[in-house]
Write a protein that binds this ligand. Structure first.
Ligand code: G3P
Length: 221
């Protein structure tokens, strides 16, 4: 399973990339707005830092606008995936951009049928938002199971990119289902990385080592 970071924060991206944990990045206008500054420069910089796929979202809602923006965004790098919304115009742009060799991530997917249509339009990725489904009382992860089954039945090449992840258990569940990618906010990646028993265990090892050192002056480290 690939792990993407769902952020436009350059420091966070650099930090986790240096640990070798970032297979790709997803951004959206809200994440860019949170960081402030020049969004174009930020998107360009993310595409430069990360070698894997970087999803950059269009803000046009009409076909011509999405095509123009998509071509512009792709100039930031060969790793740029153009993120288009799950609308009729978005699917039309998906088909055309894909035909031009520009891969597309269809975002804001909330039903298996929307995922099916995105796959038929040739999307490289489909992004079901599971946390937002949980928020309104559904079980978002059920959507991932359904999409996985449908794509498997017909051997669609579109990858399931689980988005709107709220906690580490979402990642575990997505992995059990066999989703291709999870895109996680930095706070969730931090929780995946850390464990209180790891901290406690490490402290005990180091304390014991110090004790041993004080009793055996020949130990140098
Ligand atoms: O990439 C977009 C998606 O992950 C949004 O998440 O937390 O705004 O529902 P959220």
């Amino acid at each position: 399973m690939k792990i993407f970071l769902d952020t436009a924060n350059l420091d966070t991206i650099r930090m986790y990339n240096d640990m070798g944990l970032v297979d790709g990045i997803t951004t959206n206008p809200s994440l860019l707005a949170k960081e402030g500054g020049d969004p174009q420069k930020t998107m360009e910089e993310i595409s430069r830092i990360i070698k894997g796929d970087v999803s950059l979202e269009v803000v046009s809602t009409d076909y011509d606008g999405m095509m123009e923006e998509g071509r512009q965004l792709r100039k930031y790098g060969d790793n740029v995936i153009v993120k288009c919304p799950m609308t009729g115009e978005g699917l039309k742009a998906c088909k055309s951009l894909t035909a031009e060799g520009i891969p597309v991530n269809i975002t804001l997917v909330f039903s298996p049928n929307q995922a099916l249509l995105a796959a038929k339009a040739g999307a490289k990725y489909v992004s079901p938002f599971i946390g937002r489904l949980d928020d309104i009382g559904h079980t978002g992860m059920d959507l991932i199971k359904e999409i996985k089954q449908i794509f498997g039945n017909y051997d669609f090449k579109t990858q399931i990119l689980v988005a709107s992840i709220r906690h580490p258990q979402h990642v575990v569940d997505a992995g059990k289902i066999g989703a291709d990618v999870v895109t996680v906010p930095a706070v969730v990646l931090g929780k995946m990385l850390n464990h209180t028993l790891t901290d406690k265990g490490l402290k005990a090892f180091l304390d014991d080592w110090e004790k041993l050192k004080s009793e055996s002056p020949s130990v140098e480290v």
